[in-house]
Design a protein around this ligand. Structure first.
Ligand code: GDP
Length: 325
């Protein structure tokens, strides 16, 4: 880390003034698992200004190939044209296995990458889902301190990561392809219930008709789902990243969603729930770190794991032995 970033107050001031290098390096710092970096990250995060609450946090999920990166680029550019500042972060717990990130791919979002009012952060490399969620939460706080007011959090993993991201964001958006009607069985019920907004992609050319059908099927399926909020019914919006159709409706839905929840009092509750989830996971990870970093712990765990693997000890007894000394 360069010398200029040693003083957390000064560093945070640079982030607040829009210094992108200061922001990028701060995210690198919070992503680091080195204990000395962790201490510096804590000092930096302690210098965060109190959250003015201007930013809206949006989770984006959808199966690979649904058109997620193309859509995010088109939507991002649209939001910027409307005067927003757009940050794109990704949650990808699977990147340890694949050895790289999809967002790291240079051809992805090439126009958005170059826009001065956009900040795109490649996926932090791997780790547990909880660890990735924590780093993402801190990255959200940092981009908000830098003045980004539309924070798009993309889930690249499948399954569990949607649930983790839903805890971090205000609005959860699910992308579905024009064949979504046929694939409805495949869209997990639980994930549909997480969605505040469903976006049907690729509604152009020959896919326009199928996209309309998919939207109708999705709307019918939504009637069976339990509403998340009395003040907001999940919307289905038909879009094309190529023609730009529907992008304005998506942007408008972000604003309408927030206004509706603010008026009903749900927005304050939602942010409080996000903070409580953060508190719980911080305690969980703090305890885990403390535990794993105690002297002799690794050797002890190694022995206990062997004993369990070889059937000499039950998992329960081994866990007790570890926890009690
Ligand atoms: P991701 O894997 O979900 O990120 O999907 P991509 O954004 O890489 O898109 C997958 C494929 O769908 C690519 O071949 C895109 O060119 C195509 N695609 C994405 N958006 C649209 C769209 O709005 N219209 C059409 N016709 N094709 C699209």
């Amino acid at each position: 880390m360069p010398q200029m970033f040693h003083d957390p107050i000064h560093w945070m001031a640079l982030i607040g003034a829009g210094d992108r290098r200061a922001l990028a390096q701060a995210i690198t710092l919070v992503e680091s698992t080195r204990p000395d970096h962790r201490d510096r990250a804590d000092a930096l995060l302690a210098a965060l200004p109190s959250d003015p609450g201007r930013a809206t946090r949006i989770g984006i999920s959808g199966a690979p190939g649904v058109g997620k990166s193309t859509f995010i680029e088109a939507l991002g550019l649209h939001l910027i044209a409307q005067g927003y500042k757009v940050a794109v972060l990704a949650v990808d717990p699977s990147s340890t296995r694949t050895g790289g990130s999809i967002l790291g791919d240079k051809t992805r979002m090439e126009h958005l990458v170059r826009a001065p009012d956009a900040f795109i952060r490649p996926t932090p490399s791997g780790g547990t889902l909880g660890g990735v969620a924590r780093r993402t939460r801190e990255a959200i706080a940092l981009v908000e301190a830098a003045g980004f007011d539309r924070v798009l959090v993309e889930t690249v993993g499948v399954g569990q990561s949607e649930v983790a991201v839903a805890d971090l964001v205000d609005l959860f958006m699910l992308l579905a392809g024009p064949a979504a009607g046929d694939e409805l069985q495949g869209i997990k019920r639980g994930i549909m219930e997480l969605a505040d907004l469903i976006v049907v992609t690729k509604a152009d050319g020959e896919l326009a008709g199928p996209a309309r059908h998919a939207a109708a099927d999705l709307m019918a399926a939504l009637h069976l789902a339990r509403p998340k909020y009395p003040a907001w019914s999940t919307r289905v919006i038909i879009t094309s990243a190529i023609t730009g159709m529907g992008l304005d409706d998506v942007s408008g839905a972000f604003t309408a969603f927030r206004l509706a929840l603010e008026a009903s009092g749900d927005f304050i509750r939602l942010r409080a729930a996000q903070n409580l989830a953060a508190l719980r996971s911080e305690i969980q990870y703090g305890l885990m770190d403390q535990f794993l970093n105690q002297p002799g712990r690794q050797a002890q765990l190694h022995d206990l794991e062997r004993a369990v693997a070889e059937g000499r000890m039950t998992p329960r007894l081994a866990a007790r032995a570890a926890l009690h000394n």
